[in-house]
Ligand binder design. Sequence first.
Ligand SMILES: [Zn+2]
Length: 310
Amino acid sequence: MRNRTKLVLIASVAGFAALPRPAAAYVRTTTSTGIPIAWKAPCVKIEFSLGDPPPELKAAGYLDAATQAGAAWSNASLDGVDRCTNVIFTVESFSSVAGPVGMDYHNRLIFRQNSWCRDPPPTDPNEPDCYDPSALAITTVFQLRNTGEILDTDLEFNATDYTWSDYVGHPDQFGYLTQDFQGALTHEFGHVIGLDHTCVSPGTSSDRWPVDNNGNLVPACSSGNLPATITGATMYVSVASPSAEVELRSLSPDDVQGACDIYPFTSNFVCVAPTKAQASSGCSYAAQPGRGAIVWVLAFLVLATIRRRR
Ligand SMILES: [Zn+2]
């Protein structure tokens, strides 16, 4: 059973955007009741379907990019400490082309090349069969409703309307419809470990306006004069150019603080498998052309619903 939770807009929140924010502010994804979501043990194995990858890069190139995206989070370093988090991303490639999104304890990474539609189709007639074509990727996170424990994630990349490549290695391939896979995936991996955007997009669906780790209201993305701590984060909602998209590959201090606060490094860390599913939430991001052919804007948009599954 799925319920749709309508966004409650708080217009006055936009005014907070211009206020200075404390250092090391990050935003966590929460359940509909406000519980931050997290893995019990952040050992995330990504199963990457590479049977038919988009043509710009060979399969090995995509696999390497995904490995590097995971390493950005796993190797988060803070205050001179080489590694400050227990987050461990591993990426394994599979010959299968695609698979359904579902709560099956398999963290799938899929290129949707034939259609940018839900697989399986939604059971709720109020939900559209296909995603917004401007959405580049969607990460669906399944978590326990009562505790927020993340159980499973699935990442779908829109290879129907866009192509994916390596901007650093092949800048000649880039145009509006070509995206930097590693940068985008680093952002999506942030959602996988329970981080949300550093600002709130229009259309965000939530019972309450998000707050950051310091308890401050998260500014609206449409607000002017957002500080660099927000706009420079991998978990920021957009980038202005292909080179800026590449910068998503490197975590900002705020991104690092999030990974290391939620999953602090411990020498005796042991991976533990999660247990059962009750709920899910989704996130997507989208690309939008700016004014002029050379202006790039990637708008990372939270999917319009928080889905609950019983
Ligand atoms: Zn996002």
